[in-house]
Design a protein around this ligand. Structure first.
Ligand code: Q9C
Ligand code: ZN
Length: 342
């Protein structure tokens, strides 16, 4: 299988996040992508290609203009005011406040365009975001050109980013942009299958009213797990999108037996939708040793995930999302990909 990777992700480094009462180095760190790249080489999965530059025209169809235009300016504006560290928001327009007036101060606009404080910026963040976007679209273009399956080693991840909000380490929703780009190239229907431990709230929000992109999400129950405010089983899509969103919230401690039943059900809905192409949002934070998650998948489960998705028999773009057990992230993520090779 071909992979796409850019070293520019590494500029998104030294980010801090508020965790258990302290500002600590974010779990979403550069070594994640490096462990995956090293594992691709170690198992000889296939060539690792550099991304081509893509314009933001498909991104503009899934993200608001004001939001997208803000992203490249955050660090510039933050540092121009003499600040270092990590640019982070600390005020959000929640219920009862004005959500219709974009403010001027950079930290305020950062909060306006965020749902949490989990999408900080450092000097190299925008360049990393753009390279992650280009990585997803380059891999999508290979699938569009006839490859059976291609891996986009995206970093930063994207599935928590919505049409006008960032959060949860995500800025541009790489999987959503790729799905939109595939539609723009002529795919009639696209399914996004999100197997990250966390609900892909951004992906769901982006496509909630659309019937051309089906969204299937397997994740920890948002009653007790991040991102908390979306991802319940009764969210089925609205308007033209009614019936095209499927959520599988599962309890802490979920292991292969229960998780794979949800995957099986999701695959049945996917097959019934009969998409031209599948986009997998691949998180391996479902792993038993993930430091911020509470599912119990084991290393041997990941190739089974790949085999099941491969058995759909559809052109597939695999987009990297979460996974924080950095020592094992390469083995588990590439384990899924090897499931396509059997
Ligand atoms: N105690 C992805 O996996 N965790 N994002 C906050 C605070 C945020 C995960 C924990 C986790 C975001 C792409
Ligand atoms: Zn996750």
């Amino acid at each position: 299988m071909k992979s796409v990777y850019s070293p520019k992700h590494a500029g998104h480094a030294g980010n801090l996040e508020l965790l258990a009462g302290e500002l600590l180095p974010a779990f979403e760190m550069p070594s994640r992508a490096e462990f995956i790249r090293a594992r691709i080489e170690a198992v000889d999965l296939g060539p690792i290609l550099a991304p081509e530059p893509f314009d933001l025209s498909s991104a503009r169809k899934v993200h608001d203009a004001g939001y997208l235009d803000f992203l490249p300016t955050v660090w510039e504006r933050w540092s121009a005011e003499g600040r270092g560290g990590t640019a982070l928001p600390f005020a959000w327009p929640t219920r009862g406040l004005r959500g219709d007036v974009p403010p001027q101060a950079v930290e305020a606009l950062h909060g306006y365009y965020s749902f949490d404080g989990g999408a900080g910026f450092v000097a190299g963040t925008w360049e990393a975001i753009k390279s992650s976007h280009d990585t997803a679209l380059t891999a999508a273009s290979l699938v569009n050109a006839g490859e059976r399956a291609v891996f986009a080693l995206c970093r930063p991840p994207g599935h928590h980013a919505g049409s006008s909000f960032m959060g949860g380490y995500c800025y541009v929703n790489n999987a959503a942009v790729a799905a939109q780009w595939l539609r723009d190239q002529g795919a009639g229907r696209v399914s996004i299958l999100d197997v990250d431990y966390h609900h892909g709230n951004g992906t769901q929000q982006i496509f909630y009213h659309r019937g051309d992109v089906q969204v299937l999400n397997l994740h920890a129950d948002p009653m007790v797990e991040y991102p908390f405010f979306l991802g319940h089983a009764d969210e089925r899509g609205e308007g033209a999108g009614e019936g095209f969103n499927h959520n599988y919230p599962m309890p802490f401690g979920t292991a292969w037996e229960r998780w794979s039943e949800a995957l099986e059900d999701a695959c049945a809905h996917l097959t019934a939708f009969s998409p031209d192409v599948v986009v997998v949002s691949l998180g391996v934070d479902t792993f038993e040793k993930d430091p911020i998650s509470k599912f119990r998948l084991i290393t041997g489960d990941y190739p089974k995930i790949g085999r099941r998705i491969a058995a759909l028999g559809l052109p597939t773009l695999v987009v990297m999302e979460g996974g924080y057990a950095v020592e094992e992230i390469g083995i588990n993520a590439v384990g899924v990909l090897t499931g396509f090779e059997d």
